[in-house]
Design a protein around this ligand. Structure first.
Ligand code: COA
Length: 177
């Protein structure tokens, strides 16, 4: 089993979640603007954030979720997750507190997580992920990390009645290297 390590970037500390992180998670995940394009709905109570933290603390062996912090022990300002979705492929997802948007922080976090994933899992040949096609900021993060648009398609997300147009991005090991 590969443990989720602390990753440090020039501006951030990415650390595995601990139970005490729920109030920080609630602070960003209860914002409807943060949840506008996510597959999950905005948290309505601290219990939703506690359930999220509990889930990511007990996720599968090839699923890794980090709390995004500006400093060691500082408040959690977001989350980023890398998970194997096939023997040779992973996906990546992220969310950040609105007050921290557009400072390059998620690009920095995702770059570190992608580097770690390719290094730690030699069998990963590509990272594939998707975002709502309308989620310009998320798509921009993927592009800035080096990912490439594969296609757009329609998907069914539980929180929406009808299909959602999603943009699918790919980052191959060769492109990463
Ligand atoms: C997506 C998200 C994580 C991006 O985080 P971030 O830290 O602001 O990302 P970065 O600062 O690294 O990059 C954002 C880029 O999007 C661009 N951007 C943001 N809003 C934009 C808009 N409305 N139109 C055009 N570009 C936009 C920024 O200018 C920046 O690009 P640039 O560096 O070329 O100028 C953040 O917006 C968020 O948490 N959104 C809600 C949760 C979510 O949607 N998660 C993704 C689900 S797949």
């Amino acid at each position: 089993v590969i443990a989720t390590p602390v990753l440090t970037t020039s501006q951030l500390t990415l650390a595995p979640f601990v139970a005490g992180d729920a109030p920080d998670v609630f602070a960003w995940a209860s914002n409807p603007r943060v949840a506008e394009y996510t597959t999950w709905v905005a948290h309505r109570s601290l219990a939703d954030a506690e359930a999220f933290v509990n889930m990511v603390m007990h996720c599968g062996p090839d699923e890794h979720c980090w709390a995004i912090r500006l400093s060691v022990g500082g408040p959690g300002i977001g989350a980023i997750e890398l998970a194997l979705i096939a023997p040779d492929a992973a996906d990546i997802h992220f969310a950040l507190a609105e007050s921290m948007w557009n400072r390059g922080l998620t690009t920095e976090a995702a770059t570190a997580v992608l580097d770690w994933g390719f290094r730690t899992y030699p069998r990963i040949s590509r990272v594939i992920t998707n975002a709502a096609a309308a989620n310009v900021a998320s798509r921009r993060v993927m592009e800035k990390c080096g990912m490439r648009l594969l296609r757009t398609e329609f998907a069914n997300w539980r929180k929406h009645a009808g299909p959602v147009e999603v943009a699918v991005y790919c980052f191959s090991r060769a492109e990463h290297e």
